[in-house]
Design a protein around this ligand. Structure first.
Ligand code: GLU
Length: 469
């Protein structure tokens, strides 16, 4: 039997990091089993679907390493409406489903509770299809439904506690529970690896498989992802869109490594490992079923390590979208013609060790490309003290006289200028840094001045001096 798994997102606007993780788990499982990964877009909620969201899913998958053209699909749930209706009809004909015209209010009035499920009122009324009549599945009164779950063992559900649930609305359209099962059946899915949120649906869905006469799949319900307060990650409260991480400058390699560590770890005391190791060592059965903490700080630290491990040419290449403002990434503060690729290449190794996400490249190098630096006023006030004007004068004079404009000479010159005033280098260079870069922190100063060049450095020092008058 060929293993066939699927990732079945609903296109609802953004691609959740939890979704990316489910996709990766399916992807790896298929690969390990020599199986097939199917992408199915569950687009039947017409009011909430837009074609660009489907495109967003494809490109997010592509980014994370599940490349277009390397899997089956995308199939679209909306194209299987005929199969959904046929399955509903079969269940009705075989007596496993019945029509029901109860309103919610009527059920509540009978059961006396809004929380209790359907009371089975229409079970034996033999209603024909008609206006206001939904189709309900007749769940067994006895026995248990045992779900075989690769992560959770065998969660067992008592059938008498499962209500007769709706499988098709009064207009004949199938609900999620049925459409999802029929699609999995039609697509020959053998393993359903999906979010834990769906576990309550699983006994109902397994009953549908059985009623339709097909062996149910093996399930694996992947633990939910929570924030630092142990709350389920929510798009209203937390940063959950994969695209947001991508645009901030997380590397796909770091992101997918991190996502795989939610509830699982490779052998030894390792966390950062090549993808090939994960593909080899990962075992679905080893995934911890308890909620997994999505630790953004840790992800950031991971990303920094991944950035530092890049060969410098790849780092330069990876920075390009932030240096130019590509797609959904905001443009940098300089004009395209102000950018100097050679100057950037010269400081790239210095920035590579300092940033945790690629977007941080911009505030680190903007002083190189802007005609005058963007001055952070708080930094200015902090750095410019009594005596700063004279210190800048002295620095200008000493820098003007320098024979060779290189980091080492600049540094020893600045040391000398400071020493004359009884200042250590750190203190002496602060006004120079703010005058030239606009900030109190940044790349190593003298390397920065070397790349900026004599003329621009002196112009900025003089301009700052004027401001101090
Ligand atoms: N469209 C469903 C979702 O995004 C799929 C559920 C499943 O994987 O079965 O939650």
């Amino acid at each position: 039997m060929t293993v066939r798994v699927r990732f079945a997102p609903s296109p609802t606007g953004m691609f959740h990091v939890g979704g990316a993780r489910s996709a990766l788990l399916n992807w790896i499982y298929a690969k390990q089993q020599g199986g097939v990964f199917v992408l199915r877009i569950e687009d039947t909620d017409a009011a909430r679907n837009k074609p660009e969201w489907t495109e967003g899913i494809l490109s997010a998958l592509d980014w994370i390493g599940i490349a277009r053209g390397t899997y089956e699909g995308p199939h679209f749930q909306s194209e299987y409406a005929g199969e959904h209706r046929a399955a509903a009809a079969r269940l009705h004909e075989s007596g496993r489903a019945y029509y029901c015209d109860c309103t919610r209010e009527a059920v509540q009035a009978r059961t006396g509770s809004q929380y209790q499920g359907y009371d089975g009122f229409c079970r034996d009324r033999g209603l024909e299809p008609g206006e206001g009549r939904a189709l309900r599945f007749r769940t067994p009164d006895e026995g248990e439904t045992v779900v075989v779950d690769l992560i959770r063992g065998e969660p067992t559900f008592e059938n008498k506690l499962i209500e007769d649930f709706v499988i098709a609305r009064a207009d004949g359209s199938p609900v999620f529970l049925l459409a999802n099962v029929v699609d999995d059946m039609t697509m020959g899915i053998t393993h359903v690896i999906r979010a834990e949120e769906h576990l309550p649906n699983t006994p109902k869905q397994q009953l549908l498989w059985e009623a339709l006469g097909v062996k149910p799949p093996v399930w694996a319900h992947v633990p939910i992802v929570v924030n630092e307060k142990r709350q389920k990650l929510s798009k209203r409260r937390d940063k959950v869109a994969l695209e947001a991480y991508r645009d901030e400058g997380y590397l796909a390699t770091a992101m997918r490594n991190y996502l795989m560590l939610l509830g699982w770890a490779p052998s030894g005391d390792r966390e950062i490992v090549p993808w090939s190791v994960i593909e080899e060592e990962f075992r679905l059965a080893e995934v911890n079923p308890s909620p997994a903490f999505f630790d953004e700080k840790k992800l950031r630290a991971f990303n920094g390590e991944y950035i530092r491990a890049l060969p410098v040419e790849e780092f330069v290449e990876a920075c390009q979208p932030w240096l130019t403002g590509t797609g959904t990434i905001a443009p940098p503060p300089w004009q395209p013609e102000e950018f100097d690729a050679d100057a950037f290449a010269a400081v790239a190794p210095l920035t590579q060790t300092r940033i945790a996400v690629l977007s941080e490249i911009v505030p680190n190098v903007d002083f190189l490309f802007l005609a005058s630096p963007l001055v952070d006023e708080a930094a200015w006030t902090k750095a410019m003290k009594e005596g700063s004007a004279e210190l800048l004068d002295a620095a200008v004079a000493a820098f003007e006289a320098l024979e060779s404009w290189d980091a080492e000479s600049l540094k020893s010159t600045m040391e000398a200028v400071g020493a004359e005033r009884g200042l250590k280098l750190g203190k002496a260079q602060a006004p120079v840094r703010v005058a030239v870069t606009g900030r109190t922190v940044g790349l190593p100063l003298f390397e920065s001045l070397e790349v900026l060049g004599r003329e621009r450095t002196l112009t900025r020092l003089r301009a700052a001096r004027v401001r101090l008058v």
